[in-house]
Design a binder for this molecule. Structure first.
Ligand code: TRP
Length: 340
């Protein structure tokens, strides 16, 4: 693997709750596709998950579960660096340093902080507030060029860039200033099956609203059959007036790698029933093999741990190189960890 002339990609997801079809089509599928063209680093961001109180046993399972899902979806440890954030201490160290380059006012403006502090009123901890500085550390540690994220993370990316520019300007150019890669295709916009005006979210209350990556094929068929549509009775692409139908069309396109044009040709003289069933079948065709690999991978915890340790060692090596430059720029004594 020659990483030398490739741009670096960094992304991550929190190990909280099962992933949805939206996460797969909007994120993981794209990550998998980037592995040849880019030098990719994919992280299970468990330190971020601590901003909400977690049960230790459940957290352990969720961390390995998410890592197993990464691999099952096709993230390949021979091509990419795949690791768990807490196993590379430089993330927390750099987050502290970056927090001193971040203004309270900037953090107060973050919409995710505002939303989360409304949802967790009895635990508005300092970590929830400084969350974006940890995310900035994740990204800036690796000379990252591109960060594939959902539109909801755009603001955090802008803050990351501002902090990088600020640090570079105050001292010397230490950090690469990363660009967000915000997927804008239909596949990035999988909507809630019950309220198709909302993004499909793993925290939706209704089970029928979301298709989970590990849902049984039968459950998936049922959810699609019960998907909310409208009473127009024609299959056209009209996000505003027929959001449910538009969502099913988008999902079918993303799952079969077809264009909207093909989809409309294919379904135009049909009823909603066919669109629902064929969308479900297309989703099952991509998720069933992922689920089989997931079962295999999660049946061998030792092997999974070995893969993650390898990833963490590789990540740590790179992160350490950055920390050497950071402490030097700040005027601190050299790092004691051995460089290879
Ligand atoms: N904050 C991101 C989310 O909630 C997860 C995340 C943490 C992340 N660190 C990151 C994403 C670095 C991309 C790059 O989705």
């Amino acid at each position: 693997m020659s990483a030398a002339n490739k741009q670096t990609v960094f992304s991550g997801a929190q190990p909280t709750g099962q992933l949805t079809l939206g996460n797969y089509l909007g994120a993981l599928k794209n990550w998998v596709a980037m592995q040849d063209e880019y030098d990719c680093i994919f992280c299970v961001v468990d330190l971020h998950a601590l901003t909400v109180r977690q049960d230790p046993k459940a957290l352990t399972e969720q961390i390995y579960d998410l890592a197993a899902v990464y691999l099952a979806c096709g993230l390949d440890p021979d091509k990419s660096t795949i690791f768990v954030q807490s196993q590379v201490p430089a993330h927390a160290e750099l987050a502290w340093i970056l927090s001193t380059f971040t203004q309270m006012g900037e953090l107060e403006r973050m919409t995710q902080f505002k939303d989360k502090s409304l949802r967790h009123r009895n635990n508005i901890n300092a970590g929830l507030f400084t969350y974006p500085t940890l995310m900035a550390a994740d990204i800036l540690l690796y000379n990252t060029h591109k960060v594939p994220v959902g539109a909801d993370q755009k603001q955090h990316l802008e803050l990351t860039r501002d902090v990088a520019v600020r640090f570079n300007g105050a001292f010397k150019p230490v950090f690469e200033v990363p660009d967000p890669l915000i997927a804008t295709t239909g596949s990035a916009r999988v909507k809630d099956l019950q309220e198709p005006n909302k993004k499909m979210s793993k925290s939706a209350e209704s089970d029928l609203a979301k298709v989970m990556l590990l849902d049984e094929p039968k459950a998936i068929i049922k959810k699609f059959k019960k998907a909310v549509t409208d009473s127009k009775g024609v299959i056209e692409y009209d996000e505003e007036n027929q959001p449910g139908v538009a969502n099913l069309l988008n999902i079918w396109c993303a799952a079969t790698n077809n264009t909207l044009h093909t989809a409309l040709d294919h379904f135009s003289h049909n009823m909603y029933g066919k669109l629902k069933v064929e969308s479900a079948e297309a989703v099952n065709a991509i998720l069933t093999p992922v689920q089989e690999r997931y079962k295999e991978i999660s049946s061998d915890r030792g092997e999974l741990q070995r893969i993650l340790s390898q990833g963490a060692i590789a990540a740590e090596q790179r992160a350490e190189e950055m920390m050497v430059k950071v402490v030097d720029a700040l005027g601190m004594p050299p790092r004691l960890r051995k460089q290879k």
